[in-house]
Structures are given as C-alpha cells and as structure tokens.
Design a protein around this ligand. Structure first.
Ligand SMILES: [Mn+2]
Length: 441
C-alpha cells in the first residue's frame, strides 16, 4: 500500500484552499470500472483527487471547505474498515487511517455522505464541483444547491453558483513542483530504458506482441504501476494507424517498428516516448529520408520550447520543417505558407506536435485562451512528437503530388518529453537513443 509524502499533498491543499477563498469544493475519487462479469479494470485514481489527497482507494470523496476555520477544512469520505470485504478485495485505510495517515481533519464513512454533505457545505459562498462527470454525487450536490438557492432568495445566505474545480487545479498542475519534476524524471527514465531494451533486442523478436511484453514487463520489473496508456507497437504500415493497439502482427525484415509507450509510476506520474527503428537494423533509402525529416523537425521544435514560446509555435516550427522536407522529395508542392494555410499536409501529418504531460498523459492545462497563447514557463513539461505517415488511407488533396508506391507503408514518429527551464529545454527522455547511427546495426 502506498503511503504518500504528506508534506507534498498538504502544501497543495493549502494552495488550493487559498484559491477557493470562501468556496466549498467537492472532489470525488474514481470508482472501479467493470471489465466483464465479476472482473474490473485495474483501479486508476482520479488525478485531481490524487493530486490533493494521495489516497488510492475507490469510492472516496474529498471536501475542501475554505469557509471553515483551520482544522475543519479537509474532510475525507472513505470506505470503512470491513474484514470480509478486505479479505476479498484487499486492505483499506478506513476512517482512522484517513485521519492519521492522510491527515484529513475529519473522516467519515462514504455511507454518511448524504446526511453530512449539506451540513459541511452550509455557509460557503459558492460550490466547486465538476458537473457531468459523477452522476450519483451530482444528484446530491444539485439537491443541496437547489435548497441553498431557495434559502438565498429568502434569507440572503447560501451558495449562488457552481464553479468547476478545473479553474484552480489545472493551473496548479500545469507547473510542476520540484517534487513532481523528480518523479517525472523517474517515470521518463524507466520509459526511456524500455525503449533502449526494445532497440537492443529487436533482432530476436518475431511479433509486435513480444515487444509489448518486453516493454510492459520492464515497467513492472522497475516497480512502475504499468503502462501509462495502451502501448502502441506498430510495425510497417500499422504505424500509419495513429492509435494502433492490436500489437499482434509479425515483424518483417525491411519494415520499421514504431513504439509509443511509457510507464506510469505508483503515484501516477507518466512517461510518453515514441521511437521508430528499423527491424532489420538497416533503414532503406526511403525510410532514412523520411526519418531524417522527422528527426530534424523534432530537434528544431525542441529548441523552440523555451520560456515565453508556446505550444502553437512549437507545432508550427515542426510543421514547417516537415513540409519543407516533404516538398524536397516531391510529396508536397507549392508554397509552405499556402500548404499550412489550407492544411494540404494533413494526409501525411494529421496530429499536433505535442501535449502537456504529468499525472494525466495528456495533462490538464490550457494551451490557449481564445486568441491568447499560453506562454511556456519554467516547470512545464510537454511532449514534442512530430511524425510522417505515408499511406493511401487519406486521399491526396487536390493539386498535391500523387504518392509513389515506394513511400507507402512508412510511418515514423519521434517523441521526447521536455522540461521547460530557465536555461535550455531539458530532454528528459534523452536515454532513449534516436540518431540513425544509434539505431542501425
Ligand atoms: Mn504523446
């Protein structure tokens, strides 16, 4: 059982409670999700709930009551101790553990939520709750809110609105603390070593599934919780399916192998790395040309991930290098500006160049606010992952060159995890090699 470093979570609660300033937040944890019959998917705690509590059991709810005095502000509703249940499903901290180990000011059984929630909420200015995600709790919250609106109209007191917790938490989670950066480095390092393992053992593997086993086994061996997302192990033309997860095709000499995989640590920090390597140990002429374009786009984009830059700039920098490269080999034609403006590259590059990375693989936080681009700041972590995918699934846009067969079936993406820093961007996934000379044998 995971015992959190209480100081880290207590500091976050302090900041969150300050931001709430008179409001009461209700943050539900995750529930188990049925897989089939009597089996459930592995438990995955809700990231916001985790961020504030470090409590890793299903069916818990946290309250943050900024309208109450110190010592009555952090309330946990948890599953009570129950010998029989624990024999079947495992250890629970119970009410005592929630208070003693997780520093709740007060813990209650989750069965008491209905009765106690209205009392705790009473006296707050506004309710903070994520609408549309937790139907059972939402019913209770809306009943309370409706009564408070009534009381407000008669007596002038009570909550008069419901706000989303994301307003406060996304902003907090977007900038990683020193502790988080340390954990992210560990998650990314394990993920990078798994990619190295693939590169070193490729010649002895016959099927995508074996590569998946190798990577995910390595994650577990290193003490991670498992893969952060469904590993993508895509050989040959399968790499042109962006979210390919069948992972069951034979590995053919002459094809490339694209692996997009990262681990999730016990405390849910994630790595997210993609490498594309030649199965036979040698790139073909065409594969090498495309790889060089993607690698050069990626390196240029990483250099642009500096303080004050933004996600759109990083994307546009990569896009420009990809388009120039594709023009040079006759896979695109026309002015680069025109190709970008009319999106004439989208049959070859159909996704964005990166995303925030943290407790969620596609981590929370705005990329832009309407027209305003969110600037990169010290402590932000993002992926930089350009690619080129050549197949005939998407029709070639009118006026663009027909694709010669020799290019088809080449799918390449290179993805690193980048920490934005005062000095230069730091490539956290540097241990996973990506130069052509490193990948050939
Ligand atoms: Mn990614």
């Amino acid at each position: 059982m995971f015992k959190p470093d209480n100081k880290v979570f207590a500091e976050r609660r302090e900041i969150f409670l300050n931001k709430l300033d008179g409001k009461a937040a209700i943050i539900p944890g995750a529930k188990l999700v049925k897989h089939h019959a009597d089996c459930e998917y592995p438990f995955r705690q809700d990231s916001n709930f985790w961020y504030l509590t470090g409590f890793d059991e299903p069916d818990a709810i946290a309250l943050f009551l900024s309208h109450k005095p110190e010592g009555e502000r952090f309330i946990l509703f948890v599953s009570p101790k129950d010998v029989i249940s624990e024999v079947w499903h495992g250890f629970r901290w119970g009410l005592e553990g929630a208070e003693k180990e997780f520093k709740a000011d007060k813990a209650h059984s989750i069965n008491e939520l209905n009765d106690l929630l209205p009392i705790y909420i009473n006296g707050c200015d506004e309710i903070v709750f994520s609408i549309g995600k937790h139907p059972l709790i939402e019913k209770i919250v809306l009943e309370i809110f409706s009564k408070q609106l009534e009381s407000r109209s008669r007596l002038g007191v009570g909550a008069n609105s419901i706000k989303s917790p994301e307003i406060y938490l996304n902003e907090m989670r977007l900038i990683k603390s020193e502790f988080e950066i340390k954990r992210m480095k560990e998650a990314v390092q394990i993920s990078a070593e798994a990619h190295e393992l693939v590169r070193e053992s490729i010649s002895s593997k016959k099927n995508e599934r074996q590569i998946q086993g190798l990577i995910e086994g390595f994650f577990l061996e290193k003490g991670a919780r498992g893969p952060a997302y469904n590993s993508i192990v895509a050989s040959g033309d399968n790499a042109c399916i962006l979210h390919y997860t069948s992972n069951n095709a034979p590995l053919n000499n002459g094809d490339l192998l694209l692996v997009d995989a990262g681990c999730s640590l016990t405390d849910y920090y994630n790595g997210d790395i993609t490498r594309t390597i030649p199965i036979s140990g040698k790139f073909s002429k065409e594969q090498k040309i495309i790889y060089e374009i993607v690698l050069s786009a990626q390196k240029t984009a990483i250099k642009s991930a500096v303080i004050g830059s933004n996600s759109s700039t990083v994307h546009n920098v990569a896009l420009k290098v990809l388009i120039e490269g594709l023009k040079e080999i006759g896979l695109l034609s026309g002015s680069t500006e025109g190709i970008i403006e009319h999106q004439l590259y989208k049959h070859l590059y159909m996704h964005k160049t990166g995303h925030w990375l943290g407790l969620d693989v596609h981590d929370v936080g705005a990329y832009r606010m309407g027209e305003y681009e969110v600037p990169l700041k010290n402590g932000m972590i993002l992926t930089v992952e350009p690619g080129i995918y050549i197949s005939d699934r998407i029709p070639v846009p009118e006026g663009q060159p027909i694709i010669d067969d020799k290019w088809k079936g080449i799918g390449i993406r290179i993805e690193d995890d980048i920490l934005v820093k005062d000095t230069n961007p730091e490539v956290l996934s540097i241990a996973a090699l990506k130069e052509i000379s490193d990948l050939e044998f």
